[in-house]
Design a protein around this ligand. Structure first.
Ligand SMILES: C=CC1=C(C)c2cc3[nH]c(cc4nc(cc5[nH]c(cc1n2)c(C)c5CCC(=O)O)C(CCC(=O)O)=C4C)c(C)c3C=C
Ligand SMILES: [Fe+2]
Ligand SMILES: [Fe+2]
Length: 331
């Protein structure tokens, strides 16, 4: 890297998580998250009374209990893992580029905010900023809010930084390799199940019919992983988890599939969650705990959850590659 090149910084972005596993903090987080029209796009006249009158009065206490069941001594798994990803990416970029690059973390909802991440990069002298949302598959409900928030924050700046926002990396060879490696490592330790389930976060079906490429990108990721692992079509399935609300979501739903598989003769499954860059409530509780109970009570015999990529070396290598590829010309 040339000493004369203007310094650049990296903002890693994830969705966010409550500050503590208590009902008031969960409520604060849900209020901000579920008030974003990119996440729930119903008319405010319909949605606001449902959100404020029903959801925010009933869901926080219930969900706080679930968070308590997965919370670590150091904090929310999503936060702890995101901080490790930030620190390890910084070390990796320092080694590969030969210069210390500021790397900060910002959450779309809750803390640390996107504003604090951008301010910190600016105070470290970054004049060019690469924003890397930690979602491999683009969705209007996850990646688009990052574009919205960044544009909104820049409105108050006199001198805006040069910027690039990564849209997606669902088919990046290093991502596919990292996922396949995580499966192979799991098989070496625990053996291979009859079927590998790739459970992606779901979205309302309407978002897809209106143009969100998310489902097609999930399908591509899954096909590439299956190909990399040499699986036959009978050996893998795609499903969609974490359905929320009354509207129709994309199918098959993970919970329904888990209940039906034993009846189809599939008694052992490995399950992974490629849409999540780190383990969180939706993987550790819904998939690792709840999914297991559903599958076993439906007649399944063996259920193995495969950790998300988290701070695994292959994941950090992928993130460093994305930074290096997308900031060429900046150093
Ligand atoms: C309309 C509702 C939701 C959509 C659309 C949605 C999309 C979506 N979410 C993630 C990743 C995460 N979701 C997380 C939590 C979470 N998600 C929803 C709802 C929607 N998600 C809710 C209500 C919650 C809060 C928990 C709950 O009340 O059930 C998290 C954070 C989990 C944590 O540990 O804190 C992540 C990460 C993706 C990838 C996605 C669409 C592609
Ligand atoms: Fe979600
Ligand atoms: Fe959930």
């Amino acid at each position: 890297m040339s000493d004369l090149a203007p310094p650049f910084g990296v903002l890693l972005v994830n969705l966010g998580t409550p500050d503590s596993p208590t009902a008031p903090d969960v409520k604060k987080f849900l209020k901000q998250f579920l008030s974003d029209p990119r996440v729930v796009d119903l008319s405010p006249w319909i949605w606001k009374p449902i959100l404020n009158g029903i959801i925010l009065n009933t869901r926080p206490a219930k969900v706080a209990k679930l968070y308590q069941s997965i919370w670590w001594d150091e904090g929310s798994p999503l936060m702890v893992i995101s901080q490790k990803q930030r620190d390890k990416l910084k070390t990796s970029l320092h080694e590969s580029l030969g210069q210390a690059i500021p790397v900060e973390l910002g959450m779309s909802y809750g803390n640390p905010s996107l504003q604090s991440g951008l301010d910190s990069l600016k105070s470290q002298g970054a004049e060019k900023i690469f924003v890397l949302p930690l979602y491999a598959q683009y969705s209007c409900s996850t990646v688009a809010p990052v574009y919205d928030a960044i544009a909104q924050l820049l409105k108050s700046e006199r001198n805006i930084p040069e910027m690039r926002i990564n849209k997606q990396y669902f088919d990046h060879p290093a991502y596919i390799k990292a996922l396949a490696e995580s499966v192979k490592t799991h098989w070496q330790l625990k053996g291979q199940a009859d079927v590998l389930l790739m459970s992606f976060h779901g979205v309302p079906l309407r978002y897809i019919t209106e143009g969100d490429p998310y489902q097609a990108q999930c399908q591509s990721t899954a096909e590439l992983v299956a190909k990399e692992l040499g699986l036959t079509p009978e050996q893998w399935r795609v499903c969609f988890q974490s359905q929320f609300g009354k509207e129709e979501w994309i199918k098959p739903a993970t919970d329904e599939l888990l209940e039906s598989l034993p009846k189809q003769g599939v008694k052992s499954v490995d399950i992974m969650c490629p849409a999540f860059s780190s383990d969180c409530l939706e993987t550790l509780e819904e998939i690792s705990q709840e999914g297991k109970a559903e599958f076993l009570s439906a007649g399944g015999e063996r259920y193995e959850f495969i950790d998300c990529l988290n701070d695994a070396p292959a994941h950090i290598k992928l993130l460093a590659k994305l930074v290096e590829e997308q900031t060429r010309g900046w150093y």
